[in-house]
Ligand binder design. Structure first.
Ligand SMILES: [Zn+2]
Length: 301
């Protein structure tokens, strides 16, 4: 290992970290993306920009039809707050919006909706952050500590028609199943993610409109997720990965259901792009090795 300079050992480490979570996913076929890649970039019908697969500015598919990509149904609504300075092409927020259009909303900072702190959480690490597992209980405790009659309030909740909100996205699960899931995660209605680089993220997370929200952190992914971004922007876990890990934990720990790939297709584009990048890095590494071998042979002659 001593022959590796600091840069390449960092890169190897990064690839190792980022490769692990993308294995064994239940994904729709990537054939459509392979074919589109062979055809090359196309113009976005809305803005005219030259794009591959989708337009990150307009959040529209480009040269790929809606029927050809998987659509993912999420168990909870998700808002992504995007920093306007975040390079659009690098942001994976648009992957989420395209793959789960009815459950994901993107807001451009400083435009943030008004959130009800009893029903909305923010996925962001910090000293006061709780785990996904404890999130629902913590929301209840916060509500109870503010209200004088917690039991009255809870009973009202259980019988209230408001507890089963409208029939957006029917089709996945019977209404009884949906009700059951909703009551299990009540009062949670919405989960907020921040999509930006580290410095900007701090700025958004300290915005007073988000200050009172319960903060939730992804305990199991913490080390390769948040910490690695400081000073190393290329290694941070993308927004789409954070959403994916959150939902996986949510499914198992809050809905108490066995996870069997329900949200894997959120990584449909991401895993494909990852494969492409890894392939070209691998090719580059092989070339360098060949060159080195050649040089050594020449030296010996
Ligand atoms: Zn466009």
């Amino acid at each position: 290992m001593s022959s590796l300079d600091e840069g390449s050992s960092d890169l190897a480490h990064t690839l190792e970290l980022s490769k692990q979570p993308l294995q064994g996913l239940k994904l729709a076929s990537h054939t459509v993306l392979e074919k589109a890649q062979q055809r090359g970039r196309s113009k976005c019908v809305k803005c005219g920009g030259s794009r591959m697969f989708f337009c990150y500015t307009c959040c529209l598919l480009v040269d790929v039809s809606l029927q050809e990509i998987p659509i993912v149904k999420l168990p909870v609504k998700i808002d992504i707050i995007k920093h306007p300075n975040e390079t659009d092409g690098k942001s994976t927020a648009v992957h989420a919006k395209i793959l789960a259009p009815s459950d994901i909303t993107i807001y451009m900072y400083p435009s943030i909706p008004e959130y009800d702190q009893d029903k909305v959480v923010l996925v962001f690490p910090g000293p006061g952050a709780v785990t996904v597992q404890d999130m629902i209980q913590c929301l209840h405790e916060r509500t109870d500590s503010r209200s004088r009659g917690p039991w009255v309030k809870r009973r009202k909740i259980e019988n209230s028609p408001a507890a089963t909100h409208s029939t957006e996205n029917p089709g996945s699960g019977t209404s009884d199943e949906i009700k059951d899931c909703e009551s299990r995660v009540y009062p949670l209605q919405r989960v907020v993610f921040i999509d930006s680089t580290w410095n900007q993220t701090n700025k958004i997370s300290t915005d007073e409109r988000l200050q009172d929200l319960l903060q939730v952190e992804l305990r199991t992914r913490k080390t390769c997720f948040w910490r690695s971004q400081k000073g190393k922007p290329e290694t941070y876990l993308a927004t789409i990965e954070a959403i994916y890990y959150f939902l996986k934990d949510f499914h198992e720990q809050c809905l108490t259901q066995e996870y069997s790939g329900e949200y894997d297709n959120l990584l449909f584009f991401y895993s494909y792009l990852h494969t492409v990048v890894n392939k070209s890095k691998e090719a580059g590494r092989k070339q360098a090795q060949e060159r080195k071998k050649q040089q050594e042979t020449e030296k010996r002659l």
